[in-house]
Design a protein around this ligand. Structure first.
Ligand SMILES: [Zn+2]
Ligand SMILES: [Zn+2]
Length: 213
């Protein structure tokens, strides 16, 4: 067979050069291209694969970015849909009741921080405290982190978020007024301000958190 332009016979096999990787390869290593004179793509299949993988990665990255940027929008759309279709939601809840119950329980046990933050926010909004709408779960988590997840009064593991100046006394819901507190101190303190916790209470071994000013 006569050798065609751009092709080379190597060891009796017709080859062409991939313009991307530069290798001389047998024609079956190139994808079909009906518009080419030799019915062959000029970039080898292996190089094609790499190009498509890169493209795919780029597209996935873009989709991910879009997903993140439009999260709030999506939540709002979904919330509106649920509101406008109560009968569909009711039927959905009935059909998936058992599954939803398990999922809900699981979520609640894994997201106690978020639930606590939501509870504190709701109380703050009810009392029309300043900062009620500003403060996020992330703000409250940062406060807990700062106090080492311990009660700011006695150092025991914390269970709730305290408004140091109580909401009832005009305290705000801004992060500066929020600290983790244990159940015992919470029930002793209640809406008292300024705080007068008995000295005996603070003598827990491990002590009052040093970072309290
Ligand atoms: Zn190639
Ligand atoms: Zn305590």
């Amino acid at each position: 067979m006569a050798q065609r332009i751009g092709h080379r016979i190597i060891d009796g096999i017709e080859t062409q050069r991939c313009w991307s990787c530069g290798r001389w390869l047998p024609l079956d290593k190139f994808a079909r291209n009906r518009t080419a004179w030799d019915n062959c793509q000029k970039r080898c299949k292996e190089c094609d694969k790499q190009v498509y993988a890169k493209k795919r990665e780029h597209i996935l990255q873009q989709k991910k970015q879009y997903h993140i940027e439009h999260q709030a929008e999506r939540c709002e759309k979904s919330r509106r849909y649920r509101q406008e279709h109560p009968e569909i939601m009711r039927r959905y809840m009935q059909i998936h009741h058992d599954r939803l119950k398990v999922l809900n329980k699981e979520w609640r046990s894994q997201n106690r921080e978020i639930l606590r933050a939501i509870g504190a926010k709701r109380r703050a909004i009810e009392k029309e405290a300043s900062g009620a709408k500003y403060t996020t779960v992330a703000h409250i988590s940062a406060r807990w982190e700062y106090y080492g997840w311990r009660c700011y009064l006695c150092g025991r593991p914390a269970e709730a978020t305290d408004h140091v100046i109580p909401l009832a006394k005009g305290g705000s819901h801004f992060p500066a007024n929020l600290r983790p507190i244990c159940t015992s101190c919470n029930s002793t303190k209640k809406d008292r301000w300024p705080i007068e916790i008995p000295a005996s209470h603070v003598s827990y071994e491990g002590g009052t958190n040093e970072r309290i000013s």
